[in-house]
Design a protein around this ligand. Sequence first.
Ligand code: NAD
Length: 438
Amino acid sequence: MRISIFGLGYVGTVSLACLARDGHHVIGVDIDPGKLAMLRDGRSPIIEAGMPELVSDVVATGRVTVTDDVTAAVGGSEMSFICVGTPARPNGSQDLRALERVSMELGRALVTKTAPHLIVVRSTALPGTVDGVLVPLLEAHSGLRSGDGFDVCFQPEFLREGSSIQDYDHPPFTIVGAAADRPVRLLRELFGGLPCAFHVCNVRTAEMLKYACNAFHALKISFANEMGRVCQSMGIDTHAVMDLVCSDTRLNISAAYLRPGFAFGGSCLPKDLRALLHAAGRRDVEIPLLSGVLTSNEAHLRYGIDAVLTTGATSVGMLGLSFKSGTDDLRDSPLVAMAERFIGKGLKVRIYDPEVNLSRLVGANRRYIEESIPHIGSLMYAEPGPVIDESDVLVVGLRTPEVVSELLGRCREHHTIVDLVNLPDRNRLRGQYHGVCW
Ligand SMILES: NC(=O)c1ccc[n+]([C@@H]2O[C@H](COP(=O)([O-])OP(=O)(O)OC[C@H]3O[C@@H](n4cnc5c(N)ncnc54)[C@H](O)[C@@H]3O)[C@@H](O)[C@H]2O)c1
């Protein structure tokens, strides 16, 4: 294929060299004449393992040209990759000037092109940037409509500096955010052979994915570093601990706990986190990330509570009370905290939880209800029916087949359903649906 690449920094230059290595004809475009001159001479404008040799080789093949003439680059290629920088301004907002400028230039160049052109955005940009900033500029400066003369898609880049050629050849996955088939078809032709999954999604999902991945990577590093500081303060070998943490691919290094849902609770996570924070505090070890976890959880609980209170309803039915389905453990259950808040606000509260049946409860749980939340025990119903029928807002903290079928059968238009569990069949529910995380 013939590909033009706009922006010859880390992403653009590595793409240029690897695409040319793989037999494609590549035209590099940059506003920096120094970078163009270096590439023309077969020298890499970036310092990166393997790049000096690769650039020299691919330039020698004649498959690489460089120019600052945007019209010639667009005219001489089937698709253009946008790889310009999107740096942060001092307040953290993204500086889109390079993206805007390149979009205007590409728009003007499209005027002279008769064949369809594909624009592939590789720069990292916040969700909405492609459809809200780039496409309007391309349309305004070309007089064409996106999808009619040119297509735009978003393909996030996952290479890491220092191992970028290796990452180009072995990405974690290929993601194409597109609203049409043509971009997907062309990019599958180009990257479908890589040893990874090829996912197609909408543009905003692809834009957000890059931020989700980078935020997660940053979070992992900071988590490991905080655990390292705590371990060190206690004379424990951090690597011995973290090696074992990483060896658990069922609960730790897995998709477990990585789906948005309701606030965590129960008898272990909050208690053990608090004990760790206390132990670190006693040793003057700062762990702001771990300290922030409980604050984050409380914010999430408030989000669910506010979803109910802002409806102005006077009665609330709670389907589920324990901290998760399949247990009767009420200690530190966020649903108990919710119920207490509703009671405090004067709402009429009705609760159904088949696992939490006072007559069956024994031991610590029975004692907990009788001593700590006796007022809640008296609000429990043995059947979900009356809870649904007699309440305006329904907080759903259980997704058992029984609860789902009762909701489908009994919900009416006046109900507001606050879903904490990602209910199946939600389109079939009557009433106002409000998902807390989805
Ligand atoms: N560096 C990485 O490891 C990496 C990895 C993944 C994603 N990204 C993202 O990719 C994008 C590019 O990153 P980078 O590190 O390669 O940037 P960079 O700053 O190294 O390079 C950007 C290049 O774009 C050129 N440029 C600016 N305006 C231009 C224009 N109008 N026309 C042509 N060229 C122009 C600049 O001269 C520069 O050479 C950023 O959005 C970044 O967040 C970077």
